[in-house]
Design a binder for this molecule. Structure first.
Ligand SMILES: NC(=O)c1ccc[n+]([C@@H]2O[C@H](COP(=O)([O-])OP(=O)(O)OC[C@H]3O[C@@H](n4cnc5c(N)ncnc54)[C@H](OP(=O)(O)O)[C@@H]3O)[C@@H](O)[C@H]2O)c1
Length: 215
């Protein structure tokens, strides 16, 4: 199967939550971790999020020069999974700081730095999207969430590596976790990892994980 090398990155509390209850955004990464994330973004060809992350956080999904050094910024393509094309016109990802690809199941057009494509019938077809991205030259894809998107990538066996920064906080309640979606109902559906590295990073710790998919 033709697909980019897929890296998941997210920041979580020690109880595995990635936002506040009600999907309200919370800055979980420390400054040191932000520097790591921006360097990682700069090494990738594209950064992907789900539409709920755009609606909840309104992220820029760009690389900041202060983290990677003057003249070294290579803004990756920003990709939003947005079946019904709900991305607001005034969202940060619509601003011309970088190119944006919005992947829908209902619309196709190109306007300036924003391209909207159709891929799939109900929800975005991730397998087909991986091929489209590969054909467009995307070799390294960074998936930054949220919860539903992370689960779908893991469940479909598309992930090559995953970084989770854990901050020493607890959020509790029904706040979104690292992986949402349907989740595993059977033991054989649990996603297993090898721990490649663990290190202390700016007040928290970073896990570098490699999914162990059945062959
Ligand atoms: N701490 C962190 O590192 C971090 C990072 C990012 C986000 N977050 C948090 O995550 C939360 C949002 O997560 P979320 O789970 O609600 O939403 P999400 O994963 O950001 O977006 C999910 C949406 O993407 C769309 N989508 C289209 N095709 C899809 C596919 N094949 N697979 C999965 N999704 C697809 C669906 O909406 P349509 O059906 O309308 O297309 C789906 O509901 C926010 O609270 C945000 O703050 C935290």
């Amino acid at each position: 199967m033709k697909k980019p090398h897929v890296i998941i990155n997210c920041a979580a509390s020690i109880d595995g939550k990635i936002a506040l209850v009600g999907k309200k955004p919370l800055k979980i990464s420390s400054e040191e971790d932000m520097a790591r994330v921006h360097k990682l973004r700069n090494e990738c060809d594209a950064i992907l999020v789900g539409i709920e992350t755009v609606l909840a956080d309104d992220p820029k999904l760009t690389v900041k020069e202060k983290y990677v050094g003057a003249g070294k910024v290579k803004q990756p393509l920003r990709i939003v999974l947005d079946s019904r094309f709900r991305t607001p016109e005034n969202a940060e990802v619509m601003k011309p700081n970088a190119k944006t690809l919005i992947v829908t199941t209902c619309k196709e057009f190109k306007k300036g730095h924003v391209e909207v494509i159709k891929c799939g019938d109900d929800r975005v077809d991730l397998i087909k999207l991986m091929e489209i991205l590969y054909d467009r030259g995307v070799r390294k894809l960074l998936v930054e969430g949220g919860s539903t998107v992370i689960w779908e990538f893991l469940k479909n066996g598309l992930v090559d590596e995953m970084f989770v920064f854990f901050a020493p906080i607890i959020i509790g309640g029904n706040a979104p976790g690292i992986a949402g979606g349907e989740g595993a109902t059977k033991e054989e559906d649990v996603i297993k990892f090898e721990i490649k590295e663990m290190e202390r990073v700016g007040g928290g710790f970073l896990l570098h994980l490699i999914p162990q998919y059945e062959q």
